[in-house]
Design a protein around this ligand. Sequence first.
Ligand SMILES: [Zn+2]
Ligand SMILES: [Zn+2]
Length: 249
Amino acid sequence: MSTTLRWIGTGGGLNVALGNTSFTLRSEGDRTLLVDCGFTVPGRLMELNEIESITDILITHLHADHIGGLETMGFYRRFASGHTGDMRPKLHLPTEELAHTLWENALKAGLGHTRDADGTPIDAHLDTYYQMSIGLNVEIEGLPPVRLAETPHVHDTHNFCMYIGDRVFYSGDTIELPPHEPEFIFQDCQFGRSGPSEIHISYERLRDELPPEVKAKTHLVHLAAGYENYDAQADGFAEFVVPDQNFEF
Ligand SMILES: [Zn+2]
Ligand SMILES: [Zn+2]
């Protein structure tokens, strides 16, 4: 069974030209997992005519370039698609604490008040729009198992990287070097070393500290504007990933 990983966007948080970093995972089954749903993502999924095919959404952390599309996605699926009950997308979050913060501090203002099918006003919650799934191990029928692990990004926040089966790693947003073992490493980065204020691992640290054989299977995402000024392949990386790029594994 082969799985297709398709990049919806590969931009850094402030680089909307490439879209927010996000991808889908799909196999022969009828489930499609969207990993991260930033503010550019629902619009791009509408352009691709894929917004209704997303059955599962996994969130790595709470920055807007990873969650800013969840309000539009929730409203679209509830009202444009009429997807209630078992048709609601399943929202996978690593911890209850993240689910609580996501709702109280990010989504409640917009999604908290809505109406039911009869037009009666209701107080809504995350599960009005999404089937909820909490935990570090994510099992989706027909897709490789996903395992989440906490990773440092911005102080006092919780952020997660992910392993897809035993062959693929996605860093989420982090200041840590990636593991060496996976066959495909999708890694965020920032350009220029910035010391203690670093919030993504720097391109320069990845270039200088990863062994050549690991760098050769490291595909860089979450790309800031100006990434074109660097030559990732000359520096030993697999590449800079661009939107719509597909990987099969
Ligand atoms: Zn980000
Ligand atoms: Zn972030």
